[in-house]
Design a protein around this ligand. Structure first.
Ligand code: SF4
Ligand code: SF4
Ligand code: FES
Length: 321
């Protein structure tokens, strides 16, 4: 079988021994179909037995082998070397530990901070005694329409790739994290769960409104889950249970109110409705610039044509949700 020479530039660091990390190059002939994990194993078996990485199932199911390949978190066992070479147009692949975690050694990171956050969101079903039968003879049914709301989130393999790519995690240590908050939502809409929408309070405690909707979590998930969707819906549930006294919820309600009033976003009233007078003062320089450049509307906005139709569509969408 034809092989292609590929250089693996691998992050090496043993905090117990090294002052700082370095990168070491390993060149090897790569046949078609070889995965990054197989390449790492080849290097360990044949070139450098000190290389450390984590893996188990080799089938993209245990979530333990996530590493950064040319800057992007991926499962080493699911990613083929030659596909990456093709994609990046280079025979040099940089392999590093995923971000947002302390490095234990080489490509192995310490997941504990993220797993601790997961523990704190009660990531399991708390059976509702009104719904879940007390005996094994009776069924606990979940209907297709109910399952559809959370089915995709049950595919999470806890690989932590989304956490490693998350912008909010980078800037806020207290932020719950994408897979953790998505799991909160998963149980919040499970009809068998006792806490249900009350789980949104956990999201609030973990700063879910700090998610910046960059969608990186969705981009990197090897199971095609969009944790951000769960987080947005968890925010919605928090509004439903009356948790509106925070800038995030007020911002959403200000958008909604604007559209109900006129079908247009009232950018002048938005900071006032979100943060009160403080919002006006904070946004004054930007507001003045927008007015001077003709980018801001007057605070008195005339309803758009078909305004009533828009309001009807919005209300219907809310009912479907
Ligand atoms: S969308 Fe939110 S949760 Fe997802 S990566 Fe961005 S900040 Fe993190
Ligand atoms: S949501 Fe996706 S990326 Fe995040 S931990 Fe689960 S499987 Fe991994
Ligand atoms: S080794 Fe299990 S997901 Fe890669």
């Amino acid at each position: 079988m034809e092989k292609r020479e590929v250089t693996f530039r691998i992050f090496r660091f043993n905090p117990k021994r090294d002052e700082k990390p370095c990168y070491r190059d390993y060149k090897l002939p790569v046949p078609k179909g070889m995965t990054i994990l197989e390449a790492l194993q080849f290097i360990k078996d044949n070139l450098d037995p000190t290389l450390s990485f984590r893996a188990f199932c080799r089938s993209a199911i245990c979530g333990s082998c996530a590493v950064k390949i040319n800057g992007f978190p991926k499962l080493a066992c699911k990613t083929q070397v030659l596909n990456e070479v093709e994609k990046f147009g280079t025979d040099i692949l940089t392999v590093e530990p995923i971000d947002n975690f302390p490095v234990i050694r080489d490509l192995i990171v310490d997941w504990e901070p993220a797993i601790e956050k997961l523990r704190e969101v009660y990531p399991y079903l708390i059976p509702d005694p009104e719904v879940v039968p007390h005996t094994l003879e009776e069924e606990s049914r979940v209907y297709p329409g109910e399952l559809k709301k959370f089915d995709i989130f049950t595919d999470c393999i806890l690989c932590t790739s989304c956490y490693s790519a998350c912008t909010a995690v980078k800037i806020d240590e207290e932020y719950g994290g994408p897979f953790q908050l998505a799991r909160s939502y998963r149980f919040a809409v499970d009809p068998r769960d006792a806490l249900k929408k009350e789980r949104a309070k956990v999201g609030l405690a973990f700063n879910m409104w700090n998610c910046v909707r960059c969608e990186k979590c969705a981009d990197v998930c090897p199971k095609h889950i969009a944790p951000v969707d769960g987080i947005m819906k968890l925010r919605g549930l928090s509004i439903e249970i009356g948790k509106r006294d925070n800038p995030g919820a007020r911002h959403v309600m200000a958008f909604y109110k604007s559209l109900l009033e006129s079908g247009m976003l009232n950018e002048v009233l938005l900071p006032l409705r979100t943060k009160g007078i403080k919002g006006i003062i904070e946004n004054l320089p930007l507001g003045v610039m927008m007015i001077l450049k003709g980018k801001a509307h007057s605070p008195i906005v005339k309803p758009i044509d078909e305004h009533e139709t828009l309001v009807g569509v919005m209300k219907a969408a809310m009912e479907v949700e």
